[in-house]
Design a protein around this ligand. Structure first.
Ligand SMILES: Nc1ncnc2c1ncn2[C@@H]1O[C@H](COP(=O)(O)OP(=O)(O)OP(=O)(O)O)[C@@H](O)[C@H]1O
Length: 255
């Protein structure tokens, strides 16, 4: 599925937060959204997954006009891992992941063998088999994050939106989560803070500054020392990592 966002604008509390942003995620591509705290990444993502109503603009997922579709119809296509995932009520890990099946059910449909198989597979993928019966609220931040990803996997989405999915995770699980997401072979739009990880995993990047697209392109085109200095106000050097062939970023100081 292909995501097309056109001229999306959002204002909150009287201030313009997202200003005529257009972006595209082509079929099966992993696209990263980068930018400093408060530049509007989450607001943009929330208006794509219908938590915030934009002032204007269009959002299409292949043939579906998301802004005109019901939340249920959108959740049959799109999985979301948001930035904050706290709950007031407690559920077990398995119950949380089972919620990912809800978009595919009718009211009062019972969970069936296929649901249990899909849920178990999602829990296995994120390495939480031993935690299935644990209370969600008792988990660490990183474990919670993996449960939320498992819930999105159980949804069997055709497109994934992630808001800082590696938040709270140690380096092993940062890599694990991004490897899982890549291996799904579906379109992904993810807000990320770690520029080196974004360079390693993303096919294409959008760099956001004050609610506008400051740059877009492949990681090597976007992540230059000039752009990082301009957008993040940090001096750095960019280098090729000899062992991996990836892009290294050495931060020097803030401006
Ligand atoms: N309801 C609101 N009313 C007024 N301003 C808001 C509201 N919600 C968010 N904002 C402001 O909008 C701006 C963008 O917030 P957003 O959460 O989209 O940023 P972000 O790029 O995701 O940042 P971070 O990297 O810190 O998560 C921030 O300055 C924030 O304070």
């Amino acid at each position: 599925m292909e995501l097309n966002v056109r001229d999306l604008s959002v204002s909150l509390g009287g201030a313009s937060i997202v200003n005529k942003i257009s972006l595209q995620v082509q079929e099966k591509k992993f696209v990263g959204l980068l930018g400093p705290n408060g530049c509007g990444k989450s607001t943009l993502l929330k208006s794509i997954y219908k938590v915030i109503k934009p002032d204007e603009g269009q959002v299409h997922l292949s043939g579906t006009d998301l802004l005109k579709s019901s939340p249920k119809a959108v959740s049959q296509l799109m999985g979301v891992v948001g930035q904050f995932n706290d709950l007031s009520f407690d559920f077990t890990v398995r119950e949380m992941v089972m919620m990912g099946r809800t978009p595919h059910k009718k009211l009062l449909d019972a969970d069936n063998a296929a649901d249990f198989r899909i849920v178990d597979e999602a829990i296995r993928k994120v390495g939480l088999e031993a935690y299935s019966s644990r209370s969600y609220l008792s988990l660490s931040g990183g474990e919670k994050q993996r449960v939320i990803l498992a819930r999105a996997l159980a949804q069997q989405p055709q497109f994934l939106v992630l808001d800082e999915p590696t938040n709270h995770l140690d380096v092993k699980y940062q890599l694990q989560i991004l490897n899982i997401v890549r291996s799904l072979n579906i379109g992904v739009l993810a807000a990320l803070h770690d520029l080196s990880l974004a360079a390693k995993y993303c096919d294409y990047l959008y760099l956001i500054k004050k609610g506008k697209v400051a740059a877009r392109g492949e990681p090597k085109e976007v992540l230059t020392r000039e752009r990082i200095a301009d957008v993040f106000e940090v001096e750095c050097e960019i280098y090729d990592i000899p062992v991996t062939g990836g892009l290294g970023i050495a931060y020097l100081a803030s401006k």
